[in-house]
Design a protein around this ligand. Sequence first.
Ligand code: SAM
Length: 241
Amino acid sequence: MTMRLDYLSIFPAYFDVLDISLLGKAAVNGLVEVHAHDLRDWTHDRHRTVDDTPCGGGAGMVMKPDPWGEAFDEIIGTEPDSSVHVIFPSPSGAPFTQSAAQELSSAVRIVFCCGRYEGIDHRVIDYARSMWTVHEVSLGDYVLNGGEVAALAITEAVVRLVPGFMGNPESLAEESFSAGQDGLLEYPLFTRPVSWRGLDVPEVLMSGHHGRIAKWRRDESVRLTCERRPDLTDSDFGVPH
Ligand code: SAM
């Protein structure tokens, strides 16, 4: 089944890059269908206004609900449908993770709502929640200018997990955060030449001994995860928390 992706933004040109690389190939192969929309198409004034001052005062502008509502009616429809996933990238959202990407990879319809200015009138999110499956998602503890880059990052993480997307699906199983890695970070990677600028590939990786190689990789994954992301570790794989 084709996954349909819609992007609502005042800068729809951000999504032109989705034609590039594997994602473009996925579109050509019919795995995904991409539609980028200009939110200003649902405004009715000469200046195509999408923002207004915040109720209660304060700095900056807030995205008005009206264009969003009309865009939803036209793009998604006016009937509730829990199979439609609507994503609001937001610094106040739940941190986006590999397991969230995995969950979304089986969706048939995802709509990304890209905020700008100080953000979107909260009633838009409440309305969407009353109609569809809503995810408020943060890319990390920092503030971007808009939701477009977050939507692109989420798209890439999700679409590469769609069955049929990766030429070699085994490469997904052993990646960082994946179940095949017990949620650990990936071990360091090397390729030929064996010696480069005085630096050698670890001898064990050239030994041809599968058992030793697997142990080295596992040990390195555990070491890196403990060092860099202790929050990912738990007692399941014998790593101190
Ligand atoms: N006033 C907001 C706050 O303090 O949390 C920041 C708004 S930001 C300038 C504008 C838009 O960028 C947000 O509505 C959201 O769509 C997007 N955005 C910014 N940082 C993000 C992040 N860390 N993750 C996901 N989206 C983000």
